[in-house]
Design a protein around this ligand. Structure first.
Ligand SMILES: [Zn+2]
Ligand SMILES: [Zn+2]
Ligand SMILES: [Zn+2]
Length: 91
């Protein structure tokens, strides 16, 4: 592991993976998404900032849940909103 960039990322010991490969909020409103992110506090899977509704960022702002992981196959990284910190762990 590289040096830990912030305490929120340091506290992550296992990665929460998406329960379903879809944005929980977009499916309710029939919207489309681009990429998926999974909240590492509650496990909600939501859409990225390239998506029209940016549900992952809205969730983080509304709930204060700090860390998301990419829910995309082949991607292995975490992002902390309050610290704007990024951590890749793959390979
Ligand atoms: Zn942090
Ligand atoms: Zn969404
Ligand atoms: Zn959450």
């Amino acid at each position: 592991m590289p040096e830990e960039p912030c305490p929120h990322l340091e506290a992550i010991t296992s990665i929460k993976l998406p329960k379903r490969r879809e944005c929980e909020e977009c499916v309710k409103i029939g919207a489309q998404w681009v990429h998926l992110r999974t909240c590492q506090l509650c496990g909600a899977t939501l859409c990225c900032d390239s998506s029209p509704n940016r549900h992952a960022t809205r969730h983080a702002k509304a709930t204060g849940h700090p860390v998301i992981a990419s829910a995309e196959p082949g991607e292995a990284w975490l992002y902390c909103y309050p610290d704007d910190a990024f951590l890749e762990w793959a390979n």
